[in-house]
Design a binder for this molecule. Structure first.
Ligand code: HEC
Length: 270
């Protein structure tokens, strides 16, 4: 086999290997970026929860204890964290849409939802069951594909029902009257203690990150290709030169080359 051809095959093999590794890495980069976005969403969610529970709700309770607000007052806009979280995510999506950013999906999926917007789909239903049967313990994360687009799916169970939840999720006769007036006395009631009544389901589109990663991948691959081509050409020219010299050396009359003058000959020729 012609050795230039052999060398070209080796270079092509190296190129294919680099292309493969780069592709893997660029996808990992896209997933890493989406994970960062997810962490950001979860941190915000947690901070909002702490704010509502520790700062906002006590103000309402204080007003009630000072009789500045009547005892039966209940409005989810200021007293239900889940109501606030859902609406904040909706507002965020409206802003993202305006800025041409990819939207995220956020849902507090429940089997017995008080608000029907929170009803779990079949997939979410099986996950709630798995969390309750302890088949799943940790958060659940997966790359999924829907209608040809990739998403990072994150599922986390909400805190299991505690005695404090029972006021509004246990027997309706314990619940604030205004809550019953707004939501009725069936949905979201008669929950069992320690039952995980919902999961937080977040879906982040990966497509934009994957597209960015692909663009970088193409540029880097082109640079690698050109660099390898350049190295190949340099080696090629170098080998050609050596070949030429060898040929010249070979073509010298045998008597001259045998006399050992050849060495002097070669060095003076260049
Ligand atoms: C003061 C009343 C009240 C208390 C106490 C309360 N909730 Fe709720 N909860 C509500 C209301 C009202 C909604 C519906 C909000 C909406 O419109 O999204 C709700 C909704 C939810 C949802 C969303 C699914 C659904 O049913 O629509 C979850 C999950 C939830 N609550 C969990 C809990 C847990 C866990 C506790 C205890 C740590 C708790 N709640 C305590 C009033 C309450």
């Amino acid at each position: 086999m012609n050795r230039y051809f052999g060398l070209a095959i080796i270079f092509f093999g190296v190129f294919l290997m680099i292309a493969f590794v780069l592709k893997e890495r660029s996808q990992e980069f896209a997933i890493y970026e989406s994970n960062q976005r997810l962490n950001h969403i979860l941190t915000n969610h947690q901070a909002l929860h702490v704010y509502v529970e520790n700062i906002q709700k006590p103000v309402i309770y204080q007003l009630k204890s000072e009789k500045k607000l009547y005892e039966d007052f209940f409005d989810p806009k200021v007293l239900s964290f889940t109501y606030m979280a859902r609406n904040i995510h909706t507002i965020e999506n409206e802003i993202l849409k305006k800025n041409n950013e990819s939207l995220k999906y956020y849902k507090l999926a429940s089997l017995n939802p008080r608000n029907q917007l929170n009803r779990a789909n079949e997939f979410e239903k099986t996950l709630i069951e798995k969390f309750n049967s302890k088949e799943l313990k940790e958060d659940y994360k997966e790359i999924i594909e829907e209608d040809g687009a990739k998403y990072l799916l994150f599922i986390k169970p909400v805190t299991a029902n505690q005695p404090s939840c029972m006021k509004c999720h246990g027997d309706p006769k314990d619940a604030p009257k205004e809550l019953i007036a707004q939501y009725g006395d069936k949905n979201g009631f008669y929950e069992k203690l320690h039952f995980i009544r919902a999961i937080i389901s977040i879906k982040i589109p990966l497509q934009k990150e994957l597209d960015v990663a692909k663009r970088y991948y193409n540029i880097v691959l082109l640079i690698v290709f050109l660099a390898l081509l350049l190295i190949y050409l340099i080696i090629y020219v170098f080998m050609q030169k050596i070949d030429k010299k060898m040929r010249r050396w070979r073509d010298l009359p045998i008597s001259t080359s045998l006399r050992g003058v050849t060495i002097v000959d070669l060095s003076t020729k260049t």
